[in-house]
Design a protein around this ligand. Structure first.
Ligand SMILES: [Zn+2]
Length: 273
């Protein structure tokens, strides 16, 4: 599943190729995504407009247009956004194609849990899908004071607190497991029981694991352009995720696995207290 670092990598890769260029047309081959694609919106707000910038909110990629409208894209479970020369044949499961004069940005999604939606001019601040999102983990707003303020009301396991996008966005299951290992915090600890230094280590751990993933994201550029293969990041830097029974890289204890609210949870029983 594409996570925050993959979406940010896509944003950084697309930016120099499509900003300040105009969209000559949008071809919609299948409207049946998680929410239906609305061709009328694309005709009204997107055709013939140019892109003034790209941004990201949580795992949503946002294309800002020169009429004040925006295109919002979410990759869902299996979505990919690829840059192709116009003459490259369309792959199966390509649902939406944005045409520029000599290239195309294609949205491909075999499982169709993704989203490609137009937000009318001036409506982005009121956009319903962003209404309940918490802070961005890589922003300065995500700090130990923020965690102290918001986690003090929550008795739920700290790992579930991290996964809740109303607290902090875009930290998926893999990153939550890895960040808690880095921070030396047991995943089942109640969120409101963390001490000051643990909150500091948690914030640092989350930022560090996401930044590492972003750096590795650069190496998936070719995969992304070709829209083939899986990102290389996961195998390279994982320390606990799916490592049950293997020795901890720090202390040699056996990594354990439990299930927390349906999500696989991995930890070192010695390093994580
Ligand atoms: Zn250990």
């Amino acid at each position: 599943m594409p996570e925050l670092p993959e979406v940010e990598t896509i944003r950084l890769n697309l930016e120099p190729r499509i900003v300040d260029r105009s969209i000559s047309g949008v071809d919609i081959y299948d409207v049946r995504l998680r929410w239906p694609v609305r061709p009328d919106d694309f005709r009204a707000w997107v055709h013939g407009r140019s892109i003034t910038g790209l941004s990201r909110r949580a795992k949503y990629l946002i294309w800002h247009l020169n009429n004040g409208a925006a295109v919002v894209i979410h990759l869902g479970m299996s979505g990919r956004l690829g840059l192709f020369p116009t003459k490259t044949p369309l792959e199966k499961h390509t649902h939406v194609v944005f045409r520029f004069d000599d290239l195309q940005v294609r949205f491909r999604d075999p499982r169709r849990f993704g989203l490609v939606e137009v937000v009318a001019p001036g409506e982005l601040d009121n956009y319903v899908r962003f209404a309940h999102l918490g802070v961005e983990p890589l922003s300065d707003d995500f700090n130990e004071d923020y965690v102290a303020r918001t986690a003090q009301r929550s008795k739920k396991a700290i790992k579930l607190w991290i996964l809740d996008a109303q607290n902090v966005v875009g930290v998926g299951n893999i990153y939550a497991n890895e960040a808690l290992f880095k921070a030396g915090i047991h995943p089942t600890r109640p969120a409101n029981a963390l001490k000051n230094n643990e909150r500091r280590r948690l914030v640092k751990g989350i930022k560090s694991i996401l930044n590492t993933a972003l750096e590795k994201g650069g190496t998936t550029l070719n995969d992304f352009r070709n829209a083939h293969g899986e990102p290389g990041f996961f195998q390279q830097v994982l320390t606990v995720y799916q490592k049950e029974g293997e020795p901890c890289t720090a202390c040699g204890s056996e990594i354990q696995k439990i299930v927390l609210s349906g999500r696989s949870t991995f930890f070192c029983p010695s390093c994580q207290k």
